[in-house]
Ligand binder design. Structure first.
Ligand code: HPA
Length: 248
């Protein structure tokens, strides 16, 4: 059996990879508990790719209830070592409007009360992993290269603000994130990225901008219908990009 070339974690609006062939389903238990749902492993353009819906296939888990540790450990248990995180986000920076795809290179974590380390249990080794570059630089380069080959426009860089949710932010909160230097805002980027680093996984994010964050752009009210339709429109080129990434 071919090794798993790439694992993909889908965010809001991305609940499957419709282009996977010969799909096998893995229900995995981990030392951290049960992941958000089954892992679907199939073939994409000739490469084995695993897919997990972060919020569950029916979007039943809010961001603070996701078992991020179990999700990543489950992907590692079935043999994945590279993870592409798809994160649906709001755009803050002027260049990060709806339907933009971006590959951020920095994170600021505003979440609280989530289990954000593997060394939570008494007796576990304390890990102080380097996190200066929170996304694996080599995997980021490969995402950008795959985007170029497949003709998908992806912005290189940006700072991802991870907020607690599940509510969206106030205009004042987004103004503060902008002053902090954040370009994108989402609810699931952390602790996922830090846990991936602790587990020794290669991990990078492809952010899908679904809406202008509160008070940005046209300042209109954000609706779930807008979020889902923008994610769908922005995701058109993803199967080719993911296939190309799995190849290299
Ligand atoms: N804020 C936080 N998370 C999000 C947003 C937003 O505006 N849009 C999609 N996920």
């Amino acid at each position: 059996m071919q090794p798993i070339a790439l694992a993909v974690i889908g965010g809001t609006g991305v609940y499957n990879l419709a282009t996977l062939d010969d799909v096998q389903t893995h229900e995995v238990e981990t030392r951290f508990g049960t992941p958000s749902g089954p892992i679907r492993v199939g073939s994409l353009l000739g490469h084995r790719v695993a897919f997990l819906a972060r919020h569950g296939e029916g979007h039943s888990l809010p961001p603070h209830k996701i078992n991020y540790r179990a999700n990543l450990a489950a992907l590692q248990q079935i043999g994945a070592s590279r993870v592409l995180a798809l994160n649906t986000v709001g755009g803050i920076g002027d260049d990060f409007g709806p339907r933009v795809l971006a590959c951020p290179d920095q994170i600021i974590d505003y979440t609280w009360g989530r289990i954000s380390t593997l060394c939570e249990e008494a007796g576990s080794d304390v890990l102080h992993v380097d996190f200066g570059h929170p996304y694996t630089p080599m995997l980021r380069s490969k995402i950008l290269a795959a985007a170029k080959v497949t003709g998908v426009t992806v912005r290189d860089g940006g700072c991802y603000a991870a907020t607690q949710g599940p509510r969206l932010e106030t205009i004042a909160e987004i103004a503060r994130l902008r002053r902090d230097g954040c370009d994108l805002v989402g609810m699931t980027g952390m602790p996922e990225a830090a846990l991936a680093r602790e587990l020794g996984l290669d991990y990078a994010c492809l952010a899908i901008v679904a809406n202008w964050a509160a008070g940005c752009g046209d300042g209109e009210e954000i609706t779930m219908a807008e979020v889902l339709s923008n994610v769908q429109a922005a995701s058109n080129g993803l199967p080719e990009l993911i296939g190309e990434l799995a190849r290299g």
